[in-house]
Write a protein that binds this ligand. Structure first.
Ligand SMILES: [Zn+2]
Length: 297
């Protein structure tokens, strides 16, 4: 159930016309108005809490993006300034707020804090809102938000290091598989074929690419990532994901080459484009597939 559908309904209640002058009609209008205001308040509070939750998770993702490729623990030690090693106090570690208060600088040494940190926090918070808009506060929200958070994590690690760590994808595939079947209500076969075709198709493309160009083009990480995406979204999503990610990846890749003037060897990580396409499918995939196949919405 899409809760935001209630929003315009609530607004109509608010603008209810006081045409009837007798007391009973007034009472009915008054009750509807109260209900409308109540629904708007509930949605507002839920959306606000979702945004805050997203920002907090985003803050945690920043830690993971930094530490997982280094093989460090994501729990200990506590956060500290990468420049001067000064431990970051809890009141300087509030997502978004602290960055604004400190004006993007470390309290101890004044070194600039990368804009990346608040960016990831805002991105995760906005994603949480989108998932809330799509699923409401349901178990599906939880599953989809875990999925999207994992993709944000993978995207930024891939941008920084051109790797997609097995520590994320290998446990991620069975977790996404179970969430797809038990929470997202995909059929067992849809999810299973998603893993097999997802992993298999990209493996085949990588194999052919290597045979033709004698060069490794696609990392094993991408193959496991597509298997993970197929597990959560089902095999029907795979064509959409491959098409959209290749298209966006080609446009961005060519632009990067034109700007940097580098040759074909410059490696643009593919993980972010796969992740982008998967999130796009999560939100608009059904409409896009219906539009393409049946020319109707
Ligand atoms: Zn510092």
């Amino acid at each position: 159930m899409n809760k935001l559908l209630i929003y315009p309904m609530a607004l109509t209640f608010l603008h209810f016309d006081f045409a009837g002058t007798d007391e009973s009609a007034f009472c009915i209008n008054w009750r509807k108005e109260t209900k409308g205001v109540f629904i708007i308040v509930v949605i507002g509070v839920e959306a606000l809490l979702t945004f805050v939750l997203g920002a907090v998770v985003g803050s945690f993702l920043n830690v993971c993006i930094w530490r997982i490729p280094e093989g460090m623990s994501i729990i200990a030690p506590a956060s500290h300034c990468p420049s001067c090693g000064h431990p970051i106090r809890f009141y300087d570690n509030i997502p978004l707020v602290s960055y604004l208060i400190l004006r993007g600088r470390c309290r101890a040494c004044g070194t600039r804090i990368s804009l990346r940190y608040p960016f990831v926090e805002v991105l995760t918070a906005v994603m949480a809102l989108l998932v809330y808009w799509k699923f409401g506060l349901t178990l599906k929200f939880l599953a989809a938000f875990i999925f999207v958070s994992a993709l944000i994590l993978i995207t930024f690690i891939d941008i920084d290091h051109q790797i997609i760590p097995d520590v994320i994808t290998l446990p991620g595939i069975p977790i996404c598989f179970c969430m797809a079947i038990f929470i997202m209500k995909l059929s067992f076969m849809e999810a299973l074929l998603g893993v097999l075709i997802g992993g298999g198709s990209l493996y085949l493309i990588a194999l052919i690419y290597e045979l033709v160009t004698k060069r490794e083009g696609m990392g094993g990480g991408d193959i496991k990532l597509l298997a993970l995406l197929g597990a959560f979204l089902g095999w029907k999503s795979l064509l959409f994901i491959l098409l959209v990610s290749s298209l966006v990846g080609a446009v961005v890749g060519i632009s990067v080459m034109m700007i940097k003037g580098s040759d074909m060897k410059y490696a643009v990580p593919f993980g972010p484009f796969l992740s982008f396409a998967a999130v796009a499918y999560l939100f608009v995939g059904e409409y896009a597939v219906n539009l393409l196949l049946y020319h109707q919405l």
